[in-house]
Design a protein around this ligand. Structure first.
Ligand SMILES: [Zn+2]
Length: 86
């Protein structure tokens, strides 16, 4: 099955949640909006919800975890809706 976002790539699990350019952009934007910088969310965090050592404070780590959970729900609910995502 190809990615439903019509980027022409095989829709693997990792692609759907991270590698797809559209999703990747989505994560970047979240990182910028919440943390004010580009880093913050790693592929592993999204795929298996690992926490990252990149965070300076516990508070920041908590925020990002919450954010990833919420964002995953957004992606899931837009699973087949290209337009709404982002
Ligand atoms: Zn894609």
């Amino acid at each position: 099955i190809n990615c439903w976002r019509k980027c022409g790539v095989m829709g693997t699990y990792s692609h759907m949640w991270w590698d797809c350019p559209l999703v990747n952009e989505f994560w970047k934007q979240i990182g910028i909006e919440i943390l004010g910088r580009k880093v913050g969310i790693s592929k592993l965090m999204v795929l298996i919800s690992l926490s990252s050592t990149e965070f300076k404070t516990k508070e920041e780590c908590k925020w990002v975890k919450w954010m990833v959970t919420a964002a995953r729900q957004v992606i899931a609910s837009n699973w087949k809706n290209v337009e709404v995502l982002g």
